[in-house]
Design a protein around this ligand. Structure first.
Ligand code: FES
Length: 115
């Protein structure tokens, strides 16, 4: 398993905001959006499964993010598409806070990821 990468310090991401980790930095085939909402961290592939939009630029509420282009919603916990026009999930990645630092486990599904 790949080593986790440090993407910032706890507190670097405001509530209901996201930090984008570029694909090159992540060593992944998509940018990864790391979200902070209601005291929890989540990470998803940044590209919406419907068309080409950045979920990190979307609207975050609780454990959901709404795509900024056509308003599909996704679960931050599982990556599941919660409403049309998206019908496919987006990939989750595990995030951990250690010593007040945000660590991203690229390619390791979050605990709630289905399938
Ligand atoms: S691009 Fe995200 S819902 Fe259409």
């Amino acid at each position: 398993m790949a080593e986790p990468i440090k993407v910032g310090a706890a507190g670097d991401i405001e509530d209901e905001e996201a930090l984008i980790v570029p694909a090159d930095t992540a060593g992944w085939d998509d940018d990864i959006a790391v979200f902070f909402s209601d005291g929890k961290y989540y990470a998803l592939n940044d590209t919406c499964s419907h068309e080409d939009a950045s979920l990190g630029d979307g609207w975050i509420e609780g454990d959901e993010v709404e795509c900024p282009i056509h308003s599909a919603k996704f679960s931050l916990c599982t990556g599941a598409a919660l409403c049309l026009p998206a019908s496919h999930p987006v990939r989750t990645h595990k995030v951990e806070i250690r010593n007040d630092e945000i660590w991203l486990y690229v390619g390791v599904p979050a605990d709630g990821q289905e399938g």
